[in-house]
Write a protein that binds this ligand. Structure first.
Ligand SMILES: [Zn+2]
Length: 104
């Protein structure tokens, strides 16, 4: 089963199977991701420059900005959801937290 993923509108959206699935206005709390110096980086995704599927997980390349300190950076292979039986299931930001193992 093929799932078509692409970016839309100059990176404002992730399209999955020709429907708009993930928008660039989400804020993701990244407690265990080394994005900036904040203990928890609340990262606003500003645009997407890449999207792909890695073992049923939809991963994007995105430009994000921490709304606490203003640090802006790109994140490669940022997981936003998974494909189950050909359907996209977006991660909730809180769910995303539990997916990421703390770094020792
Ligand atoms: Zn920050």
């Amino acid at each position: 089963m093929t799932v078509a993923v692409r970016t839309l509108d100059d990176g404002a959206w992730i399209s999955i199977n020709d429907s708009r699935a993930v928008s660039n206005s989400g804020i993701w709390p990244l407690a265990h991701y080394d994005f900036c110096d904040c203990e928890v980086a609340y990262v606003l995704l500003e645009s997407f420059y890449d999207v792909g599927i890695d073992h049923h997980e939809v991963v994007v390349g995105t430009i994000g900005q921490c709304i606490e300190c203003g640090h802006q950076d790109s994140i490669d292979d940022f997981p936003v959801g998974r494909i189950v039986d050909g359907e996209f299931h977006a991660y909730e930001a809180s769910e995303f937290q539990s997916l990421v193992e703390p770094e020792e």
